[in-house]
Design a protein around this ligand. Structure first.
Ligand code: GLC
Length: 463
């Protein structure tokens, strides 16, 4: 049974490989022979490819990952600025494709200019950096990262992310839909997923910079930012019963230094569903935090990556996994894992999503269940020694995912229905399954993707 499922998943991966001038350079987002829901799913998405890359790297197939890293690096300079905008270097496309014009192949990148909603992805440059770090380490190819164009691009990305903003927080302000959730869902501001990726990008970026003098100040800044960011996330994004009680009794409208309720979050904004839902022994990082705004929704990817990347303390990581254990029906249901909980419904859905039918309550980004998150869940659970939970999630996925032909997402409170507009043969659903299987066979595998243990000989941290 497992063997057949794995074979089927590998077939999806193989069928999705994109070649450019004879070399494999990426994988399509989906490859359903009966047609795709959206035309751009034949593109190679940067964030989707990371899932494929993990499988290739674990299988010792390094060329495609290396070619991808080089290709995206070359493409990132092709972004065009709109009139009245200064072009900043470092932004990477959401996706790219190969266009064949009478045997002449060219690469075309989408920087969000062709995507729905026209939002430029913020996470692409972060995923590129993270993948570069993993690749260099696993393939032991330090020569790649020492190339001047790689050093230059790493610098550009760090400089872009470290730029002065209009804000006072270590977190980063982004527009709605600028990461995996790439449509309106009220995830503008300081969404958790972006902050966790930012943390990893700072850590890996500074490790990948060569030790030349010109890099010292930048590396130091990246280190300071990632430290400040981690402390801030651990403290201010964290929510458990104790913290919720504090927020419930918060003073508001406080001025000056030494304020407790620094962001002026009103206790009245605590949603009804939360108080009885949050178990005694559990906690999580909230979805978003900004002036006067705490988004109490639970977002799976940000929380699970926070465990995987070592953003949260070990006790916090265990508390997040306790939440999964206690609220399994809501957060895992029939198909691991739900992207966020709870869904926006009624007027809130209308106002926040702009009445987006694809993001209807308990569908797609708005509370759908996404098999790609299985791998992140299993990696996080394995890292914390909760192998029983990891195995249970895998067994659950096994029951349906291969027979359902690797759908992109599932709908419903418990994720029992194949997503209304989901693609079949979605590549990251298949690669997530393969990787999950590998992690369960080899629980130390997620260590490879942990920034904390990034370098074989880790340099001592500069103060
Ligand atoms: C959807 C997802 C996005 C993904 C893309 C391709 O747009 O929201 O995260 O990269 O599909 O799979």
């Amino acid at each position: 049974m497992t063997e057949a499922a794995l074979q089927s998943a590998y077939r999806v991966l193989q069928d999705s490989i994109i070649h450019y001038r004879g070399e494999p350079v990426g994988t399509m987002a989906a490859c359903d022979p009966e047609g795709l829901v959206a035309e751009n799913y034949q593109d190679c998405f940067i964030r989707d490819f990371v899932s494929s890359a993990m499988v290739f790297l674990a299988d010792g197939e390094f060329d495609i990952v290396r070619n991808f890293l080089v290709t995206v690096l070359e493409l990132h300079n092709r972004r065009k600025a709109d009139a009245g905008h200064e072009l900043v270097s470092g932004v990477m496309p959401a996706s790219f494709r190969v266009i064949d014009n009478n045997g002449q192949e060219t690469l075309h990148a989408d920087f969000g200019d062709k995507a729905i909603g026209r939002v430029t992805p913020v996470d692409s440059m972060m995923w590129w950096m993270i993948l570069l770090g993993v690749y260099v380490r696993v393939a032991d190819d330090h020569a790649l990262v020492e190339r001047p164009e790689f050093q230059e691009t790493i610098r550009q990305i760090l400089q872009l992310l470290l730029r002065e903003s209009f804000e006072d927080f270590p977190t980063m302000l982004v527009p709605d839909g600028s990461f995996m959730i790439d449509r309106r869902l009220g995830v503008h501001g300081h969404p958790l997923e972006i902050q966790v990726l930012l943390f990893a990008t700072m850590e890996i970026g500074r490790e990948l910079l060569d030790s030349s003098k010109e890099n010292h100040a930048l590396a130091k800044l990246a280190l300071q930012r990632r430290r400040a960011l981690r402390s801030y996330l651990r403290l201010f994004y964290w929510l458990d019963l104790e913290r919720l009680s504090e927020i419930h009794r918060f003073d508001t409208e406080e001025f000056g230094d030494g304020t407790v309720n620094m962001l002026n979050v009103y206790p009245e904004s605590i949603p009804d569903w939360l108080v009885d839902w949050l178990p005694d022994n559990a906690g999580y990082l909230v979805g978003n935090l900004g002036p006067g705004r705490m988004d109490f929704r639970f977002f799976a990817r940000g929380n699970l990556l926070a465990i995987q990347f070592g953003v949260v303390y070990a006790e916090q990581a265990q508390a997040i996994l306790n939440l999964y254990e206690e609220r399994q029906d809501d957060l895992i249901g029939s198909m691991p894992v739900k992207i966020c909980y709870p869904a926006l419904e009624g007027d809130e859905w209308k106002l926040v999503t702009g009445s987006d039918p694809k993001n209807a309550p308990w569908s797609y980004h708005n509370g759908g269940n996404w098999p790609v998150l299985l791998q992140t869940f299993i990696a996080a659970a394995a890292r914390m020694g909760r192998l029983d939970m990891a195995q249970q999630a895998m067994d659950q996925a096994m029951k349906r995912l291969p027979d359902d032909r690797w759908p992109e997402y599932y709908d419903g409170r418990k994720g029992r229905l194949i997503g209304r507009r989901a693609n079949r043969y979605q590549v990251w659903s298949a690669t997530s399954f393969i990787m999950s299987h590998k992690i369960l066979e080899q629980p130390e595998l997620p260590g490879l993707f942990t920034p904390e243990s990034w370098w074989p000989k880790k340099r001592p941290e500069q103060p």
